[in-house]
Design a protein around this ligand. Structure first.
Ligand SMILES: [Cu+2]
Length: 85
C-alpha cells in the first residue's frame, strides 16, 4: 500500500527504464537526483502500466517518493535506488 517494490535496488549509471503500476489507489513514482532535484514524475493508477525512461548518469542514491496524497502512509512512502559508476 505505502511502499515501492523494486526488481533491483542498484543499477549501473546510464539508461534506466522504470515500468510501474499501483496495486491499490493512485500514487506517483517520482525520482529525485542525489542532489535532491526532481528528475521526473509519473502518476500510477491501478490497472495501468506506466513507463519512465531516464538517463541516470550521476552515481549516487536516487530517492523515489510519492507525490500524490494516497492516505495515512503517504509521507513514509519512499524507496532508494543506488546508481553505481
Ligand atoms: Cu502518496
Amino acid at each position: 500500500m505505502w511502499g515501492y517494490t523494486l526488481d533491483t535496488y542498484e543499477v549501473r549509471a546510464g539508461a534506466v527504464k522504470f515500468v510501474a503500476t499501483a496495486r491499490d489507489t493512485i500514487h506517483s513514482l517520482t525520482i529525485y537526483s542525489p542532489r535532491g532535484e526532481v528528475l521526473a514524475t509519473v502518476m500510477l493508477m491501478p490497472g495501468m502500466r506506466e513507463e519512465l525512461a531516464l538517463n541516470l548518469r550521476e552515481p549516487g542514491e536516487y530517492v523515489i517518493r510519492c507525490l500524490e496524497f494516497c492516505g495515512d502512509g503517504h509521507s513514509a512512502m519512499l524507496s532508494k535506488l543506488r546508481v553505481v559508476g
